[in-house]
Design a binder for this molecule. Sequence first.
Ligand code: GDP
Length: 420
Amino acid sequence: NHTIALIQSNVPVQKKKLNGTVGFHFLPNQVHRKSIKKGFQFSIMIVGESGLGKSTLINTLFNAPIAPTRESPKEATNTDSSKAVEINSFTSDIEENGVKLKLTVIDTPGFGDFINNAEAHKPILRSIEERYEHYLEQESRVARKNMVDSRIHACIYFIAPTGHSLKQLDVVFMKELGAKVNLIPVIAKSDLLTDAETKAFKERILEDIKANHIQIYYPAVHDNDDPETVQEIKEIASRIPFAVIGSNQTYEHPPGSGKHIRGRKYPWGLIQVDNEAHCDFIKLRQMLIRSHMEELKEQTLEVLYENHRSQKLVEGFGSPTKNPAKFEEEKRAHETKMAKMESEMKLMFQQKILAEEKKLKQAEEGMYARHREMKNQLEQQRLDLEERKKRLLGGNSASSFNNRGGTPTQKKVVGVAAAG
Ligand code: GDP
């Protein structure tokens, strides 16, 4: 197949005109119908300190009570952050205009809530990698039906609205996780910052991201995108990191109008979740749900997972370039093992030859012994015959010869010859 692919890749592709309708222009509809029937699946992880509004934002995004909110954040009791971070996931089946979505939300309570948070990213990284491993393991099975895919398609990282810069905790997490998952940084509870503070904070965050070589998800512009789509993508990208507001409450706005609006109410007015002048919630939702859900999935499966998979394969085979010292050590151990096996095989071979030689010698000795015995028997027969000949020539009668029952001496000779 590989050869065929190589040959075919050299064949120039020619554009041909159809003479009439064939019907494969329905292909996108077929795929679409199948997806509609099967439903879509999306897994999203939320990470950030307790009380930053992670659950509220998920519920605001999907307009449903998907994640339980904690009105009062948990107190830190454990000082070992690597053990205290939990990974909880909830799956919901949601439907909009006949389109089904199986949404899995992976919450990470405990992240950043401890006195020492140096290891807080580790259980999350492990969880993401274990999901890749689980898929990889299923892929390498002979029977690959009913594979369970728990890979995470996007990770929303909540930055506390301090207005200063990224904390060490944020930098470590984003640096470690950016290459493993589609990382979407958001400024949590942005209603607590003024517009000017939000703008300056965003700039600082982007500087920190660049300075620390942190990889985050940016919606990509493709060659075949129309100008309108390109503009839309640029607008979304320009809002990163998204300053968000979450709220499960609606208020009548303006009062007495009968119009209910999601937001957070302050003595000076209503901050609206769905108002682009108030926050970036709309743009985040557009990217995550409306325009880039499929691309986030593709990026996960085709880039992030593939990177993980090829890395695992290289580690499996051992690479001389990645860790030369380890490679040399493994090579030496392998050579010692092979030399030991070779000497063991030589010894075994020699022992077998000796045993065979002994057997042959025994057989040879047996043959000689039989040969000697036969020779002795023949000599004895010869002597007997000589003796009888002498007796016959010495005056015995012919009748007495017949009376002895035929030719016994002859018989005996035949018998010996047959035995030989
Ligand atoms: P989690 O622990 O990160 O999941 O946080 P929750 O979603 O449980 O929210 C914790 C508290 O913050 C609750 O009292 C929410 O009402 C409040 N909250 C959530 N989102 C926002 C927001 O955008 N702005 C403000 N000011 N408060 C919020």
